[in-house]
Write a protein that binds this ligand. Structure first.
Ligand SMILES: [Zn+2]
Length: 235
């Protein structure tokens, strides 16, 4: 069992360094997540399976259980709450379709959420109006990797008109994409492109998530390797 598991690790390394072009394998994925992949292999080789497990969680948030999301409103944005909730559900459905599994769900009342989305009439940074933004954090707690996010989304366009459901949905899906580990897309017309108020995106293509799906698959395989190795050593 040990040699099989070990050779599996080498096979993955070989795929990274030789068979597949590294730059395109994890296209559009944050460097931080790819680093967890590289480091997790070192953890396994060192016998630190607990940390390797945690890193595989960070590489594929929402894959073993949905990421829980709490929706909050500033007082002045409460009037847009029906549209906002509909947009949140729409963004969840977009990600569910793209990743072929339920990736996000609303948190229960007594549940501590992984992600908070705060709706405000205006979101700006350094004087520039934004559709929204996210601050995310990823940390290792024992053998578990925890991903959190704080998202803010505006409900009123800079011209004073309410954001439409499609506009809100694109913005929310975009920020959730960062939580999942995607970078901004410099092209136009993609979920990870900046929101174009005149042309919000309503689907996430297979190409948009190809790099992320590759990383998630690698995380799954690494987890199995770590599991096999730790079993064989009696952990
Ligand atoms: Zn962005």
């Amino acid at each position: 069992m040990v040699w099989r598991a070990a050779s599996f690790v080498y096979a993955i390394s070989a795929a990274i360094t030789h068979t597949v072009t590294p730059a395109s394998t994890f296209n559009g994925v944050q460097r931080e997540l790819v680093d967890h992949y590289i480091t997790a292999k070192d953890d396994i080789n060192r016998g630190d399976y607990q940390t390797a497990f945690a890193r595989t969680d960070l590489m594929r948030p929402g894959s073993t259980k949905p990421i829980t999301v709490e929706v909050q409103f500033m007082q002045d944005a409460l009037a847009q709450s029906p549209e906002a909730y509909q947009a949140v559900r729409g963004a969840f459905a977009m990600w569910g379709g793209a990743l072929h599994q339920q990736t996000f769900r609303l948190a229960e009342r007594n549940e501590s959420p992984d992600v908070v989305i705060l709706f405000k009439t205006d979101v700006s940074q350094n004087g520039a109006a934004l559709g929204g933004f996210v601050n995310w954090s990823r940390r290792i707690c024992g053998n578990v990797g925890v991903t959190n996010g704080d998202i803010q989304v505006r409900t009123i366009q800079p011209n004073g008109i309410s954001m439409t459901i499609p506009q809100l949905r694109h913005e929310i899906a975009h920020e959730l994409g960062h939580v999942l580990g995607l970078t901004d897309d410099e092209r136009v017309g993609h979920v990870m492109s900046g929101l174009n108020l005149n042309d919000p995106v309503d689907t996430i293509s297979a190409e948009d998530v190809e790099g992320l799906m590759n990383l998630r698959q690698y995380a799954f395989m690494l987890r199995q390797v770590a599991q096999n190795e730790s079993n064989s050593r009696g952990y």
